[in-house]
Design a protein around this ligand. Structure first.
Ligand SMILES: *[C@@H]1O[C@H](CO)[C@@H](O)[C@H](O)[C@H]1NC(C)=O
Ligand SMILES: *[C@@H]1O[C@H](CO)[C@@H](O)[C@H](O)[C@H]1NC(C)=O
Length: 479
């Protein structure tokens, strides 16, 4: 079993190891930006304060109606008299904490090769321009900006390029690159926002992708993408066509770091994280939608212990496995690999009831666990609890999983022996945070391994088992 598991796992971690952690940097930069660009957030504590301050950006930023027009540029054509004209509606938002995006209706013309989206208004009006980064995190500054332009007037004479392809279905334009390619960001930044944006169309939507698109990415997530749109994704990179639509969303809007705000879902659909994980189970044909099983009530709960490589490893793997087995789990150790199909990996994870792993992109596998399952995230030394909670803990709870956080003590960290008890990295993690991301990443996320204190960790194992057993009990009670 173990070797099969090892050769079939694909968690995207090796490529992603640098990228996943950029979320920290991202939020840090955003917090700095929202503070007027002069303040630099250097500690996780500060990050938390900024995050709370920024939780309701709309109320905070838009204070008057006049300002709202400036900020949102909501333009509605007054003319309904011209029969042939399509009413123009333009909403471009550049003031939210995470993302910039536009919602466009009317005569929209897209030229991939010149990275431009032109809105041809039904009546003469002022020319307007926005620069939109179509990746869902504005802070991904290595993703180019799209020029979104409202031309000053109807086609003839206003410089509108003639359409070469005309669609009746709406379109969504999004960028790859950015932090994508890392399994956490693939889900948090691309697949999740695409999911809640596209649901309203029931598959009748054209996905347009831009920014040095990697074909392997589209191939890797083909099953999920196909479930969002029944049409092949169009790659806009170097595209010589002028593609014309009546309704276009430019960019993906993140509600939060990895989550959905039901009220913000377009079309009044009120989707939430359980809808996203159900969507993934359907896309990958995952059989288990609950941890309880009627067919085999005597089955032992299964625990997946995720081992990273080459860093941030559990050094006493055998003892952990023995302790979990003693607690009543069937335990399988998996190494993170990048060379297998997502659906195979998803099916494997779905056969488990609990995941145990060290903080990192591998935790993203939580999306494939059956609801009712348990995510145990072991948080390494270095005051990383906030990152761990925001990226994986809160999302897990929203998915309907039980989330258990295990903060290691300094005695469980390999850094204690390596650096000695007086090193600032041991005595004052915030001092490392103040030195910036590179230092934090190097010390706490690259050089650190973990030797779990088995006696202490057994309490966590018992809590996980208790949760699973109680659900099984409830299930049997109902029968
Ligand atoms: C986008 O617009 C700016 C002017 O605001 C222009 O300098 C730039 O060349 C445009 N980019 C493209 C790709 O057309
Ligand atoms: C782990 O540490 C974080 C702070 O980093 C704290 O908020 C959280 O409550 C701790 N969790 C447990 C289970 O001790």
């Amino acid at each position: 079993m173990k070797s099969w598991v090892q050769s079939h796992l694909n968690v995207g971690l090796i490529v992603g190891v640098l990228l996943v952690l950029l979320t920290y940097l991202v939020v840090t930069q955003q917090a700095a930006n929202s503070g007027g660009g002069t303040r630099v957030v250097t500690t996780v504590a500060q990050w938390l304060v900024d995050k709370q301050l920024n939780e309701e950006p709309r109320q905070r930023v838009v204070t008057t109606e006049a300002q709202q027009v400036v900020d949102k540029r909501l333009i509605q054509a007054p003319s309904e008299t011209e029969k042939s004209a399509i009413p123009t509606k333009v909403l471009c938002s550049t003031d939210e904490r995470l993302s910039d995006y536009c919602e466009l209706e009317g005569d929209i013309r897209i030229r991939g090769r010149s990275w431009s989206v032109d809105i041809v208004p039904s009546t003469w009006s002022e020319r307007q321009k926005w620069k939109i980064r179509p990746y869902s995190r504005r802070s991904a500054t290595h993703v180019d900006l799209l020029n979104v332009t409202q031309l000053p007037g109807p086609a003839a004479g206003a410089g509108a390029p003639p359409c070469t392809v005309t669609y009746t279905r709406p379109a969504i334009i999004f960028a790859l690159g950015g932090y994508s390619g890392n399994v956490f960001h693939d889900h948090a930044d691309v697949l999740l926002p695409l999911f809640y944006l596209s649901r309203q169309y029931g598959g009748e939507v054209q996905l347009l992708v831009i920014n040095r698109v990697q074909p392997w990415w589209l191939g890797k997530y083909a099953l999920a993408l196909r479930r969002m749109s029944r049409y092949d994704v169009v790659n806009l990179d170097g595209d010589a066509h002028v593609r014309c639509f009546r309704r276009v969303t430019v960019g993906l809007r993140l509600h939060k770091d990895f989550g959905i705000v039901p009220d913000e879902v377009p079309g009044g659909l009120r989707l939430a994280m359980p809808d996203f994980t159900r969507f993934l189970r359907e896309a990958y044909a995952l059989p288990r939608s609950a941890t309880t099983t009627r067919l085999d009530p005597g089955r032992k709960p299964r625990m997946m212990l995720i081992q990273r490589q080459p860093h941030r490893r559990f050094v006493n793997e055998k003892e952990i496995v023995a302790a979990a087995a003693e607690e009543g789990f069937e335990v399988v150790v998996t190494e993170l690999r990048i060379d297998a199909a997502v659906d195979e990996q998803a099916r494997l994870v779905n056969s488990f009831d609990a995941i145990v792993g060290l903080h990192g992109a591998g935790m993203t596998n939580e999306v494939f666990l059956p609801p009712g399952g348990v995510l145990v995230q072991v948080v390494p030394w270095g005051n990383l609890g906030l990152m761990a909670r925001v990226e994986y803990g809160e999302p897990a709870a929203e998915m309907g999983l039980k989330y258990i956080c295990y903060n290691i003590t300094v005695e469980e960290s390999s850094l204690l022996e390596e650096l000695g008890p007086d090193d600032p990295a041991i005595t004052d993690p915030d001092s490392v945070h103040r030195r910036g991301w590179a230092a934090l990443y190097d010390i706490y996320l690259t050089r650190q391994d973990v030797r779990l204190d088995i006696a202490r960790f057994k309490l966590t194992l018992a809590e996980a088992m208790d949760h699973l057993r109680r659900q099984q009990g409830q299930q049997q009670g109902r029968r």
